[in-house]
Design a protein around this ligand. Sequence first.
Ligand SMILES: Nc1nc2c(ncn2[C@@H]2O[C@H](COP(=O)(O)OP(=O)(O)O)[C@@H](O)[C@H]2O)c(=O)[nH]1
Ligand SMILES: [Mg+2]
Length: 344
Amino acid sequence: MFWRKKDKAADVAVEEQVVQEPEVQVEKVVEQLPIVEPTVVEAAPQELVKVELPKRNLTKGFKAVFSRIKFDVENLEELQDILIQADFGVSAAEEIVAEVKVRAKKSGSRTEAELKEILTDLLTEKMTRSDVSLNLDSGKQPYVILVVGVNGAGKTTTIGKLANYLVEGGAKVTLGAADTFRAAAVEQLETWATRSNSSIVKPVSEGQDPAAVAYEAVEKAIANGSDVLIIDTAGRLQNKQGLMDELGKIRRVIEKNLPISEVLLVLDSTTGQNAMTQAKAFTEVAAVTGIALTKLDGSAKGGIVYAIQDQLNIPVKLVGVGEGINDFGFFDAKEFAIGLVGEK
Ligand SMILES: Nc1nc2c(ncn2[C@@H]2O[C@H](COP(=O)(O)OP(=O)(O)O)[C@@H](O)[C@H]2O)c(=O)[nH]1
Ligand SMILES: [Mg+2]
C-alpha cells in the first residue's frame, strides 16, 4: 500500500473507485476526466489518496533446494548438508534440523510429505517479518528509493522492474542515473525508463559527480510531481572509504530536500557467501533498509535470504527471478518456503 497525491479533478470518482477497484481501473477513470492545468494541482494543498498496490506473486518459480533429497526422520544429516550448501549458514542449518526433529517427534510425523510440511512451516515462521513492505506510506512525497550494490548485482534491472510496477499501479516515477561512471550504465537506465514510462534525470557529461545528478533528480522529481524517485548508483566496492564518501555525499544532497524512504541493497543470490560479505560492507556504509535479492531463477542458494535476515536483521523485500520486466516479486515468506522445499 502506498499514498499518492490526490488528483483534484478526479476527487470523487477516484475516491469511490479506490476503495474497491484495482488501480488499473482507477487510472481509466482519471483518463476520461478533463485535463486540469498542472498549476492548479500543484498549488492545492497536498491531499493523499490511499492506493492498494496490486499483489504481485512470482510469475516464475525458482529452483527448489530440497526437492531432490529423501526425507527420513532417522537420518536428517543430508538435510543439514543441503541447508549448508544452499547458504543458510552452518549454525542455522543445525538449528533448523534440530527443530524439525523436535516437531516430528511431537507430532509423530514420519512420512516424507509430513516432514516437508514441518520444514515448510518452520522456514515460513523463521522468515516472516513485519517490515517487508517498501516504505512508501509516510505521505511525504516524492518517496526516494536509493539503490546500492556492486556492479552486476542487478540494480538497474531491479529499478526498471520496480518502476514499471509502480507506474502500472498509478504512480508517477522519476529515475536518477547517478551511476555516472560508465556511459553504458546511463543508457541502460534510459532504456528501462522508456519501457516503464518513467522520467529520467541523466548526467550532463560522462563521469559527472553522482551527487550532482542525485540533487538534480530530486529537484526534477519535486517539480514534475513524482510520487517516487528511484536513484541508481555505481557499485564500486574496491575501496570502502571511497564508497562511503560517495554514498554519504549522495545521501546528504538528497536529504537537503527530501527524506530517503528506502535504501535498497541489491544482491546477486548466485554469489552465495559473497553476497553476505557485500551485505555486511554496504550496511556499514549505507543505512540499508531492505534487500532486493536477484537471480533466484538460476540459483539453488535461496538460503541466503534466511542468512541475511538472521545474521544482519535486514528484511529481504524484493526478489528477482529473471531478466524480464515482470520477473520479480515482493518477498513472501510462505511462498518462498514452499518454493525452496518444493512442496505441492
Ligand atoms: N537471470 C536473472 N538475471 C538478472 C536478474 N536481475 C538482473 N539480471 C541480469 O544481471 C545482469 C546485470 O544486471 P544490471 O541490472 O545491469 O546490474 P547492475 O550493474 O547492478 O546495475 C544483466 O544481464 C541483467 O539482465 C534476475 O533476477 N535474474
Ligand atoms: Mg547498473
